[in-house]
Design a protein around this ligand. Sequence first.
Ligand SMILES: [Zn+2]
Length: 295
Amino acid sequence: MEGLLNTSIAAGSLALFWMLEAMIPAVPASGKQGVMRLRHLLLALVNALPAVALAAILGIADAAANAANFGILRIMDIPIWAHVIAAFLLLDFLQYACHVLMHKTPILWRLHAVHHHAEHLESTTAFRFHTMEVAIHGIITLAAVLLLGIHVLDVVIYNAIMLPAAMFHHSNIRLHPRAESVFRWVIITPRMHRVHHSRWQPETDSNYSAVLTIWDRLFGTLSADRRPEAINVGLDGFGPEHTETLKGMLGTPFSDARAELGQPVESQKNEQLRATPRPSTSIPRAKPTSRPATA
Ligand SMILES: [Zn+2]
């Protein structure tokens, strides 16, 4: 049931975003856009396997937790509307926290690098995740949902909003400046998320939020605004054999290739970030390269 709902939402959202990407692109579309869209959708099909299995386990676990009245929100006597809002906020924070974990844990970064070595962003990049990342993320969510007392229906509602939100912030759409300034106070815009896909690490390690921007604001990970054209998307250290084929994407975590430190395009705007020391738990990337960054 949830699978059918998400497929319908994804199909409707893709039709809308592909039309907007053709009408108001933020940057010129890649010449390989068509084939990359197809590969991202194939990856989404592969990733549906762990997602469906975990959804089935969640359904069984939710029924057992209901019967045992287990979980923080379940034992709290709060109105239904407060429960729904609390569950949504908790699930969105969980997305943020898992995303930070993927960046800060070397072994998990190997998986998450598959999402980041895309050299062009468009709406289907939202599906570009390694299957093992999808499984690990699902297991963490399952455990947290049970502990927090979040119902399976709360997860269905959250996913129905998060899925189009993720396709939106990965899309190659240029919003009107006034719409951009209003949207970014509440939800992640394509312009904001593009900074997260910069190959320059201080920017890669920022703007982690999935739906609401509040988490980056609260935890100080919100990056400075930058023009989409000024951001060099991707990860240095990976060739087309990793970035452009389904086999390459699924094999990336097990290959010898490592992300290298990319360079900022507009370095003068980022002197302060450049001076920020890297945390000891940082992503294991090779030493800085003098290779000029490519767009
Ligand atoms: Zn990321």
